[in-house]
Unconditional design. Structure first.
Length: 40
């Protein structure tokens, strides 16, 4: 993933973590993504 891309790109899309750290204890892990995906 950190290697250079073979060609230039016009757009890069990312799904960044989106849950505040203070809210993590209230979330049911079975219903959501892994902790790293929520608060990476």
């Amino acid at each position: 993933m950190l290697n250079p891309l073979p060609e230039p790109v016009d757009l890069i899309i990312a799904n960044l973590p989106y849950v505040k750290e203070i809210e993590l204890p209230q979330i049911s892990p079975a219903s959501f993504e892994p902790l790293l995906g929520l608060n990476g």
